[in-house]
Write a protein that binds this ligand. Structure first.
Ligand code: SF4
Length: 472
């Protein structure tokens, strides 16, 4: 294997974003053009879409936040602090609360590799396969974990696994990485019991986890630091709800890509100044678009809600393609984590607040619910009605057998309760080999033209009275 091939995903993404962090906020179109000409084709493809003028301010805020996140993780390791690897369903603010640690998130790193690196995430997926891991693993985490296992990549000091109870595939690969690297794994299990009993148990598990972290890090929870992080998390929560409300306007003033920026922030820098700054920029951009009543297409043709994940292997262009066709992306299931303000009056109330936040993280809340179909359906019905979606889309991520198992129940019940049709697609969200982007775009076009647009135009037929003859 050449030296180039052994470079890890984390290190390559971090080097790229080190450069992005130097870009001035007021970069001109000419300067963007010059910058793009220097980038390799896959990276240039993504950056071009991120730097279109209507998205530039928010994209830069988001990229700079991610760059600081990666920089801080490397800095923490250099200073002898512990870097802890998390899956996306564990609230990172719980790690930010400790001064001796810093969180990195498997699925965010996989996504960054897929969108920002030449060759995307394929070589890291192949590294995992080369170790004998089965090919039905979830690419969301296997790409980054393949890099950790198979290259000279940046390595964490411990793993927190929040997936048991939510996703076996996710739980097993994080456990495997901990064993392989010979580092500790701390588990937070989500009981599949949504009654008070399940909640009490989860509360107990969270307290146990926090005690274990104190021991591992050699640091007692500091109430003032805890409060400082929670106050910033509360500001993130306010901005989340502001963005949610902005989505309700028609045409939608929130750019499609913000769905991804929102949960990208949730899974990394929630509870930090950088997280607040990024979300504030997103709100400002959306407010401005609302004020100007601007929309990238002539009209908003369809308001789509994605019920679980989207597609990331062409993510920037895919989101923009939708928007320019007049297809609004109102958010993913991953945006449905409905944060609540944390009561910062005492240590006890803050622990309760983060426990509630962990319970509501995506995958825990819906997929790890007592009845997955009911928990998931209730959130999607609420989001469709509140955001005035006229259709929903299931991306059919190929590794996600559990969501596949209830997708048809979701489709039937969503239609019955709201009249919103659900398109079921097939494709791996992180890898282009499964379904070409052109096929996904064609399926979405056909669904919107033949089902959603016609449904809007179809006139209601008058109800037949009893005894009246049926129309021929
Ligand atoms: S996408 Fe599906 S398989 Fe992958 S981590 Fe999430 S729930 Fe698990």
């Amino acid at each position: 294997m050449s030296e180039y091939k052994q470079a890890g995903l984390f290190d390559r993404v971090a080097s790229l974003l080190d450069v992005v962090s130097l870009i001035p906020d007021d970069i001109s179109d000419e300067e963007v053009e010059g910058l793009l000409s220097l980038l390799p084709p896959d990276t240039g493809h993504t950056m071009q879409a991120l730097f279109i003028p209507r998205l530039r301010a928010a994209s830069l805020a988001f990229l700079k936040m991610v760059s600081k996140w990666l920089f801080a993780a490397r800095g923490a390791a250099r200073e002898g602090r512990k870097v802890i690897l998390l899956p996306f369903n564990f609230p990172p603010e719980i790690v930010h609360v400790f001064g001796n640690s810093f969180p990195i998130t498997s699925e965010v790193l996989s996504t960054l590799g897929v969108v920002a690196l030449e060759g995307q995430g394929e070589r890291y997926w192949d590294m995992a396969m080369g170790l004998g891991l089965p090919d039905h693993m979830c690419s969301a985490n296997t790409i980054e974990l393949g890099s950790i296992l198979g290259s000279d990549d940046f390595k964490p000091h411990a793993v927190i696994s929040g997936a048991p109870g939510g996703c076996d595939v996710n739980a097993k690969i994080h456990e495997f990485v901990a064993h392989y690297l010979d580092i500790p794994q701390f588990i937070l299990e989500k009981p599949t019991d949504d009654s008070e009993r399940g909640r009490d148990l989860f509360n107990k598990y969270m307290r146990g986890l926090m005690r274990t972290l104190e021991e591992f890090l050699g640091e007692e929870l500091d109430e003032d630091r805890f409060r400082m992080v929670m106050e910033k998390a509360n500001r993130c929560t306010e901005l989340y709800h502001e963005l949610w409300d902005l989505h309700k306007a028609t045409p939608c003033p929130v750019p499609n890509l913000f769905s991804l920026f929102l949960y990208g922030t949730r899974f990394t820098m929630w509870g930090t100044d950088e997280g607040v700054r990024t979300l504030q920029t997103m709100v400002d951009v959306a407010r401005e678009r609302l004020k100007e009543k601007s929309y990238p297409a002539e009209e908003e043709v369809a308001r789509t809600l994605w019920v679980y994940t989207s597609y990331y292997y062409d993510f920037t262009n895919f989101f923009n393609w939708m928007e320019e066709k007049g297809y609004t992306h109102l958010g993913d299931g991953l945006d449905c984590f409905f944060p609540q303000p944390v009561d910062t009056s005492s240590m006890e109330s803050m622990i309760e607040g983060v426990t509630e936040a962990a319970w509501n993280m995506p995958m825990n809340r819906q997929v790890g619910g007592e009845s997955m179909s009911i928990s998931w359906l209730e959130d999607i019905v609420y989001a469709c009605q509140d955001l005035k979606a006229d259709c929903a889309i299931f991306c059919g991520h190929h590794a996600c057998k559990q969501t596949w198992s209830v997708a048809s129940i979701l489709r039937t019940e969503l239609m019955k309760r709201t009249g919103v049709p659900l398109l079921i697609l097939q494709g791996d969200s992180w890898m282009k080999q499964m379904t070409p982007m052109s096929v996904i775009q064609r399926d979405i076009d056909e669904f919107i033209t033949n089902v959603v647009a016609r449904k809007g135009k179809r006139k209601r037929r008058p109800r037949r009275r009893e005894g009246q003859e049926q129309d021929a």
